[in-house]
Design a protein around this ligand. Structure first.
Ligand code: SF4
Length: 379
C-alpha cells in the first residue's frame, strides 16, 4: 500500500471553556458548574500558559491558522474583561489568516451588549447560538435551563455589534415531541434569518442525566427520520442547503472549522478535554479541570495505526454531502481510498449508500441517513 506524506502544520485552534450555569440532562460534553471569579481567573491564567507551551514547542509551525473555535461549556459565561483577555491572548500567540473564521459558542442567556461588543472588537466573526428549542415544555424535558425569549434579543445584540454570521442549534426527536412542535421550532429559528442551522437528533447518551433517569424513552425511529427530512425541506425553503448530516448553511456560510475537522484537517485543542491532531498524532487533554490545572498536563496519546486512522477520516468526510475528492483524501490521509477500502466502498455503492458523482465519492441521501451502516463497513 502506498503511503504518502501528509500535512503537519496546524490549521485550526479549538479552545474549551468548561463552565456552565447548570448541566443539561442530555449533555455529555465536559463541563463544570459556573465557578466564582477567582477560579475563572485561575483557569484563564492556566489556559494562557497552555497557549505559550504550544507556541514554544512550535506546534503551530508559524503558519497562519484558518479557523478558531471557542466552545464549551459556555464560553459566554466569562465576564467581558475575561473574554477580552482570552481573545487578546489568542491573537497575540497564534498567527491567524486575515480571513480567519473566528467562532464562539454562545448561550443566549449569558450574552450582554458589552460581551457582544468585545467579541466584535476582537474579530470574532461567527457565533453559534445554542437555542435547542423555543418550547418551554420541550426545554424542561431536556433539562435545559433559560428562557427561550432571550434568543431573539441575543441575535439582535450580535447584529448591532456587526456580527452577521450567526448559527442556531436545535435538537429534535425529543421524547414526546410531535412533528408540529418540530416545525414550529424550525420556523422560529429561521425567522431570525441565520446563516447556519444545526439540527441534532437527541441521543440518550450513556453518562448523561437523561440516561440515568431512564423514565424517558428514545423516540420512534420512523418519526426521527421524518423530522430529519422536514428539517431539510424547511431549511431549503429559507435558502439553505444541507452540507452535512445535521448541518445546513446559506451557500458560502458552511462552518470552515467543522469542514476541516471532517476532512482530516489538523487542529490544536486547548483547555480541559480538548483534543488535538497534528496530521500524525492525536492526543487529548484530561477531562478534568483539576488535572488540567496541574503545572504539567498529562495528555493521553492516541496510538491508532495510520491505516485505521485513515479509515476513520474516510468515514468522517462521508458525513458531508460533498464527501471526498480522491486526491484530497490521499493528500490529507496518506492513503488512496480505493486501495484502503475498495471492496467495502464497492459494496456500499451496490447497497445505495455511496456513489461516485462529479469526481467525488459521496454518501447518497440514504447514506447520510444511515451513516452508522457506512461506519460498520469502513472501520
Ligand atoms: S450548556 Fe451546552 S455544554 Fe453546558 S450543559 Fe448544556 S449542553 Fe452541555
Amino acid at each position: 500500500m502506498t503511503l504518502h506524506p501528509i500535512k503537519t502544520s496546524i490549521e485550526s485552534l479549538y479552545v474549551h471553556i468548561p463552565f456552565c450555569a447548570s448541566k443539561c440532562s442530555y449533555c455529555v460534553f465536559y463541563s463544570v458548574p459556573a465557578a466564582p471569579d477567582s477560579s475563572r481567573l485561575n483557569f484563564l491564567a492556566r489556559l494562557l500558559l497552555e497557549f505559550d507551551e504550544h507556541a514554544a514547542a512550535g506546534k503551530t509551525d508559524g503558519r497562519p491558522m484558518s479557523s478558531v473555535f471557542i466552545g464549551g461549556g459556555t464560553p459566554t459565561l466569562l465576564a467581558p474583561l475575561e473574554l477580552e483577555a482570552l481573545l487578546r491572548a489568542i491573537r497575540s500567540r497564534f498567527p491567524l489568516r486575515p480571513d480567519v473564521e473566528f467562532s464562539i459558542e454562545c448561550n443566549p442567556e449569558t450574552l450582554t451588549e458589552e460581551k457582544a461588543a468585545v467579541l466584535s472588537a476582537w474579530g470574532v466573526n461567527r457565533v453559534s447560538l445554542g437555542a435547542q428549542s423555543f418550547s418551554s415544555g420541550l426545554r424542561a424535558r431536556l433539562g435545559r435551563s433559560g428562557d427561550p425569549g432571550r434568543i431573539g434579543p441575543a441575535v439582535r445584540m450580535l447584529r448591532r455589534q456587526g456580527i452577521e454570521n450567526i448559527g442556531l442549534d436545535l435538537i429534535y426527536a425529543i421524547p414526546g415531541q410531535c412533528m408540529k412542535e418540530w416545525e414550529a421550532d424550525l420556523k422560529a429559528a429561521l425567522a431570525f434569518g441565520p446563516q447556519h442551522l444545526s439540527t441534532y437528533s437527541l441521543t440518550i447518551e450513556e453518562g448523561s442525566a437523561l440516561a440515568a433517569d431512564g423514565s424517558l424513552q428514545a423516540p420512534d425511529e420512523a418519526l426521527a427520520v421524518e423530522m430529519w427530512e422536514t428539517a431539510e425541506a424547511v431549511a431549503e425553503s429559507a435558502g439553505m442547503r444541507r452540507y452535512e448530516i445535521s448541518n445546513f448553511a446559506v451557500p458560502g456560510f458552511e462552518c470552515r472549522h467543522n469542514l476541516s475537522a471532517w476532512h482530516a484537517g489538523t487542529y490544536l485543542g486547548c483547555g480541559p478535554a480538548a483534543c488535538s491532531f497534528d496530521g500524525v498524532l492525536r492526543w487529548g487533554n484530561p477531562a478534568s479541570l483539576e488535572e488540567w490545572m496541574q503545572p504539567e498536563i498529562r495528555r493521553e496519546e492516541d496510538r491508532i495505526p495510520p491505516e485505521a486512522r485513515a479509515a476513520e477520516s474516510l468515514l468522517f468526510g462521508l458525513r458531508t454531502v460533498d464527501g471526498w475528492e480522491p486526491c484530497e483524501f490521499k493528500e490529507r490521509s496518506g492513503f488512496d481510498f480505493l486501495e484502503l477500502r475498495g471492496p467495502q466502498i464497492r459494496k456500499l455503492e451496490a447497497e445505495g449508500l455511496l456513489e461516485f458523482r462529479d469526481g467525488r465519492l459521496r454518501p447518497t441521501r440514504r447514506g447520510l441517513l444511515f451513516n452508522d451502516a457506512i461506519g460498520r463497513e469502513l472501520l
